[in-house]
Design a protein around this ligand. Structure first.
Ligand code: PGA
Length: 254
């Protein structure tokens, strides 16, 4: 099981931008990143509507696009859902799953296993599975217990990851959008445990590649602390990815 050879910097735009503003920001990203030789992979996660437009309009070998979620079901009568089949047709290579906001507001805690199963069994899309503890869980020394539980649930319908690439995003809930940042050493402890968990759980059926990325209030002040570390495969950035000049500084110097 290898780490990714290239670091990945993920821009999670959440629902911060309207359709029009997403296209404008994507245009700026495209202008800056498509010409440059960037050593990292840049992945943009717009909302679904914008994703459809952006993936058609802005093609570049440097920028990848992905979705913020996917339905656990195959095509059928599921009003309001977005299918894996549609994401495949758009050439979408990555899907974020189980972000803490989705766990909190949209019941992802309960259905993440079916989403992971759908992606792993029916596509070659790379899932980015988010895990993380709340502040009270950390204070109660339950960080790993919580994350292990989330990983066990996420992979409860899968016993073989052979040939697959997967990413786990460690995002402490208390660090998301709060300006609070974890110490690098604390993050690295969790990253190592995540790797160990996957090696033990999948033993003879390991994924081809496993990336463990960090996210939670990453900005210009702190991103460098997480750079050049083997156990940090990249960053998942929310707020700071909405400002193209800040984001490009991060990309250039990570
Ligand atoms: P943030 O968001 O960088 O704004 O904390 C990160 C995330 O939720 O993915």
């Amino acid at each position: 099981m290898k780490n990714f050879s290239q670091k990945i910097i993920i821009a999670n735009w959440k629902m911060n931008l309207s359709y029009k503003d997403s296209i404008i920001l994507a245009q700026k990203f495209f202008k800056i990143f498509s010409k440059k030789n960037i050593s990292h992979k840049v992945l943009v996660l717009p909302d679904f509507l914008s994703l459809a437009e952006i993936s058609k309009k802005f093609k570049s070998k440097n920028i990848f696009y992905g979705a913020q979620d996917v339905s656990p079901f195959s095509l059928g009568s599921y009003t309001g859902e977005i299918s894996l089949e549609s994401l495949n047709q758009l050439g979408c290579k990555y899907v974020l799953l189980g972000h803490s906001e989705r766990r909190k507001y949209f019941f992802d805690e309960e259905i993440i296993a079916s989403k992971v199963e759908n992606i792993i069994k029916n596509s070659n899309i790379i899932p980015i599975i988010c895990v993380g503890e709340t502040w009270s869980q950390r204070k109660a020394n339950k960080t790993w217990e919580v994350i292990r539980g989330q990983l066990n649930t996420a992979f409860s319908k899968i016993n073989n990851l052979r040939g697959k690439s997967i990413i786990i995003a460690y995002e402490p809930v208390w660090a998301i959008g709060t300006g609070k940042v974890i110490s690098v050493s604390d993050a690295l402890i969790v990253h190592a445990k995540i790797r160990d968990f996957i090696s033990k759980k999948f033993k003879r059926f390991l994924p081809k590649e496993l990336g463990v990325v960090y996210g939670g209030s990453i900005d210009l002040k702190n991103y460098k602390d997480f750079s050049k570390l083997d156990d940090v495969s990249g960053l998942l950035i929310g707020g700071a990815s909405l400002n193209v000049s800040n984001f490009s500084k991060i990309i250039n110097n990570f």
